[in-house]
Ligand binder design. Structure first.
Ligand code: PRP
Length: 204
């Protein structure tokens, strides 16, 4: 499970799928939570790290944002679009500014996505990797543009920034370790089926 913003929506989805998660599931500081009555063990990781746990097979299943999956390119199966935590990746910056530099500076938490995006456009850029609060970079002159997640648009607005280009839509996905899928296909298919019914709005 990813900690932070996605957690609440993901836990809600699991409950709707019929999994009985105790109330302490939502506000515990524990990083491993056992739900014996459901025969499930949850690991709580940073959203960017979920696919690492799943790729290495220590977790069979994970919930990861499409942004993380595009950035990390992990060897995992993406089995279901959970349609939660909907947002998009975009290029943003200070309004009415042109990119005249030979290699404009792009600040981002997603160096892989950003360099792929500009390579696709045939534009040479310098990528500056940051770990958060990306919107600060153009305001203080560290970068000409940012490549970042836009959800409500509030962070851009409150910092006087505008979106220049949309890169892609992002939602959370259910991912599975390929070996786990072979070994535990019935259990995993059962979970995926339950989750899928909730996502598609079907009665369980
Ligand atoms: C994300 C993203 C933006 C913000 C966008 O940051 O990097 O800064 O949310 O959301 P909004 O469009 O609703 O304002 P997050 O809060 O995850 O923290 P971070 O800056 O540490 O990455």
């Amino acid at each position: 499970m990813p900690k932070g913003r996605i957690f609440e929506e993901a836990a809600d989805l699991l409950r709707k799928a019929g999994y009985r998660l105790p109330p302490e599931f939502d506000d515990s500081r524990k990083l491993i939570l056992d739900i014996p009555e459901e025969n499930l063990r949850f690991f709580l990781a940073k959203p960017m790290d979920v696919s690492t746990y799943v790729e290495h097979g220590v977790a069979d299943i994970g919930i990861a944002g499409k942004d993380v999956l595009l950035e990390e390119e992990r060897d995992v199966y993406e089995v279901l679009d959970l349609k939660i935590s909907r947002c998009h990746l975009a290029v943003a910056g200070i309004p009415d500014t042109k990119l005249n530099d030979v290699a404009p500076k792009i600040a981002t938490k997603y160096p892989g996505i950003a360099s792929g995006f500009y390579r696709g456009k045939g534009e040479q850029v310098e990528i500056i990797k940051l770990n958060g609060s990306i919107e600060l970079a153009p305001l203080v002159g560290l970068a000409d543009r940012i490549v970042d997640i836009v959800s409500t648009g509030r962070t851009l607005k409150e910092n006087g920034l505008v979106q220049y280009e949309k890169i892609c839509e992002v939602t959370s996905r259910l991912i599975v370790n390929p070996v786990s899928y072979r070994m535990k296909d019935k259990q995993i298919d059962h979970l995926v089926g339950r989750m899928s019914s909730v996502v598609e709005g079907e009665e369980l």
